[in-house]
Design a protein around this ligand. Structure first.
Ligand code: SF4
Length: 699
């Protein structure tokens, strides 16, 4: 047994699936990752203590898949991908990207960073885009998940992030309002906390078009009509003010614009709420009373709220509601966006992989900020905001964006109306994809660079509660696959920039130098004494981190005057409404066993055994009317395309609504979704499309 033990590597690390940020000990053998077990000291795993979910426990097997990319691939003259040396592949990328930039200008190139990689890797992708390519076009898939949350929270409370902690606050609230979050399947360990607290007496109110798993535990579940969240939220605020249930002292002390809000919500009468959002006056009143009665309330949401034309407006209304009730800056309370990917908070936002903001959400147009970066980078980053993901694809279709560097993203399957997105990728003159598998996007690539995945890297992830935690390897990348930071650095070098990092810890030193909210973060601290991570803002090396953003008494909202802003929300109608031709409303989402476009989880047998193919949920009444039996294949069609999937007859969805998961390439839901975007955040309206369904009578 001594012999066997010697060959096993263990490392305390952070889960690479979702943004709950569970920590565990991962073990590997001979370069492969084998499994996970709890950390010795539960205090070192603040989000989960000893728990993990099925993905965290069994899902890492994907890293050992025989389909992993092990060598660079370059497309040859006959259009086939063939193996190449690193030198040849990197030379080609450097040559083609600089050619495009020199001939067509810096706006002709774009970069996409990954929300799955580490903070250090994401930081380097935006540095590569801005410094090396000189381009302002850098974005990432957070555009597609919580960009509307960030936009709304920045306007109302200041920081675009969760205001509280998972364990101590979300786990201990007196009451919850959860909407647009399939918490049980998307954030399992977080859902377990909530369910336990509800079992112990906390009140759970769930408003959602779909009776998701967490709704089974609710004291009140209300089925809403997709697309009218501002309506019921404003209606609830109206009820609260009208019945004098608002926190007047808090509003007076810590907020601005209350009168404007009061005026705006007047029009959201109970009749209007019932008519548009499908919420009865009794349901609205009872939810409002429950929330107003509670000492502490957590407002939880995910993509059911964000992925709409009115995504930002939805979350403005949610923030307004929390402020009206004074439920911020105290234990058990707060605005809690449940972020999706392991590092979407950090790599997808904090690190400045966004077209309009530098690391730490700093404004590139601010001279002091620009000069600070100029000193460290040798030149000032572009000041203007660049293109968002959907805009990059639109410009590619027009022939204006010609070259792209895509790291760990799969827009070919994740964008709305994927046929349209595929056409954009095909139109590019040059596409380089850095990833661990040949994804649907990599199929369009001219060069594919094989990268490492979470059980193979050193770095940090920032979870949904802003906690920066260490990631450590227990396995090695296969073949000649390399660390992402090394690949980006090698590309920079070929384009004339000698970055000279030897380890991700040095990248973090640069991040903390330039990014005030990460100012006191270092690997030394995360290794010694702060293994449980640090919650930003961490302004300096002596600062212990910030469990709560804001303060119930003092306010301390992230504005110069410290006051939160009520920003009245308008709402409106979805981009596509059901009609005679397409009478049903389609919504999409996740299942427990899979992850996003499925590139990772579709390669894990144990997960495929649970859910092995796409499906469509349909209400029993609608199924009877259309002559559809459970388990039969049906055709679902929208104005964009059609797919054939298995019918699942269930009362989880309402009569006029269908649900299809987003993880599958065969029966891809995004063949049907539409390209309506939130005007403020640019997030696509994945959650609402009009479709029709036809029975095929085939099993
Ligand atoms: Fe990983 Fe999220 Fe599951 Fe925790 S809840 S083990 S972070 S996938």
């Amino acid at each position: 047994s001594d012999y066997r033990l010697r060959k096993i590597d263990t490392a305390e690390t952070t889960c690479g699936f979702c943004a709950v940020g569970c920590r565990f000990e991962m073990w590997g053998k001979d370069g492969d990752s084998l499994g996970v077990m709890p950390v010795d000291d539960p205090d070192d795993a603040p989000a989960n203590n000893f728990s993990t979910c099925v993905k965290g426990k069994f899902g890492h097997e994907f890293a050992n898949s025989e389909n992993r990319l092990t060598t660079p691939l370059v497309r040859n003259e006959s259009g086939e991908l063939e193996e190449a040396t690193w030198d040849d592949a990197l030379d080609l990328v450097a040559e083609r990207l600089s050619e495009i930039r020199d001939e067509h200008g810096v706006d002709a190139v774009g970069s996409l960073a990954s929300s799955k990689g580490s903070n250090e890797e994401a930081y380097l992708v935006q540095k590569f885009a801005r410094q090396v390519l000189g381009s302002k076009n850098v974005d990432n898939c957070a555009r597609l998940c919580h960009s509307s949350t960030v936009a709304a929270l920045q306007q109302t409370v200041g920081y675009g992030a969760m205001t509280n902690r998972i364990n101590e606050d979300v786990g201990e609230a007196d009451a919850y309002l959860i909407s647009g979050s399939n918490t049980t399947e998307s954030h399992p360990v977080l859902a377990t906390r909530i369910k336990r607290n509800v079992r112990d007496g906390a009140d759970l109110v769930v408003f959602d078009p779909r009776k998701v798993g967490i709704a089974e535990h609710a004291d009140q579940y209300t089925r809403t009509t997709p697309g009218y969240d501002v309506t019921w939220l404003n209606g609830m605020i109206r009820y609260i003010i009208e019945h004098d249930l608002h926190d007047e002292a808090f509003i007076e002390r810590n907020t601005k614009n209350f009168d404007e809000l009061k005026e705006k919500v007047q029009a959201f009468t109970p009749e209007r709420v019932e008519d548009l959002a499908g919420v009865s006056p009794e349901e609205l009143a009872s939810a409002a009373e429950t929330l107003a009665d509670a000492d502490s309330v957590v407002f939880g949401w995910a993509m059911g709220m964000t992925q709409q034309r009115t995504g930002t407006e939805n979350l403005l209304a949610m923030a307004d509601l929390a402020l009206v009730l004074g439920q911020l800056g105290k234990p058990g309370a707060g605005l809690s966006p449940f972020r999706g990917q392991n590092n979407v908070q950090g790599g997808g936002g904090d690190m400045g992989t966004l077209p309009g903001s530098l690391p730490g959400y700093q404004d590139p147009a601010d001279d002091a900020v620009g000069e600070k970066f100029g000193v460290v980078w040798g030149e000032r980053p572009p000041e203007e905001p660049g293109l968002k993901v959907p805009e990059m694809l639109a410009e590619a279709r027009e022939g204006n964006l010609r070259g792209m560097y895509v790291v760990g993203e799969n827009p070919a399957l994740s964008e709305p109306d994927v046929d349209h997105a595929g056409a954009a990728l095909a139109a590019l003159e040059f596409l380089v994809v850095q990833d661990i598998f040949v994804t649907e996007t990599a199929e369009h690539a001219d060069v594919i660079l094989p990268a490492a995945t979470s059980p193979e890297k050193h770095g940090t992830f920032t979870n949904t509660e802003r906690r920066i935690q260490r990631v450590r390897p227990s396995a090695e990348p296969p073949g000649s696959a390399r660390q992402d930071w090394e690949i980006t650095q090698a590309l920079a070098e070929r384009l004339g920039y000698d970055w000279d990092y030897d380890h991700p810890r040095e990248i973090m030193d640069e991040i903390s130098d330039l990014t005030p909210i990460y100012g006191g973060v270092s690997y030394d601290r995360l290794e010694e004494g702060e293994q449980h991570g640090l919650q930003w803002p961490v302004p300096d090396a002596d600062h212990p981190g910030t469990p709560y953003l804001y303060d119930y008494e003092e306010g301390d909202f992230n504005f110069e005057d410290g006051k939160a802003r009520f920003v009245p929300a308008d709402g409106g109608h979805p981009g596509e409404l059901p009609d005679e031709e397409y009478p049903l409303t389609l919504t999409s989402g996740r299942v427990l066993y899979h992850w996003h476009t499925g590139q990772i989880t579709r390669r894990v047998e144990g997960l495929m055994d649970h859910v092995g193919e796409s499906f469509v949920e349909i209400h029993p009444e609608a199924a009877a009317e259309l002559g559809v039996a459970d388990g039969e294949y049906v055709r679902v069609e929208s104005r964009r395309g059609e797919i054939v999937v298995k019918a699942k007859v269930t009362k989880r969805v309402g009569e006029g609504t269908l649900f299809i998961p987003m993880h599958f390439a065969a029966g891809a839901v995004n063949k049907l979704t539409q390209e309506t975007f939130d005007p403020q955040a640019g997030i696509p309206e994945y959650k609402i499309s009009s479709v029709r369904l036809e029975a095929l009578g085939a099993e």
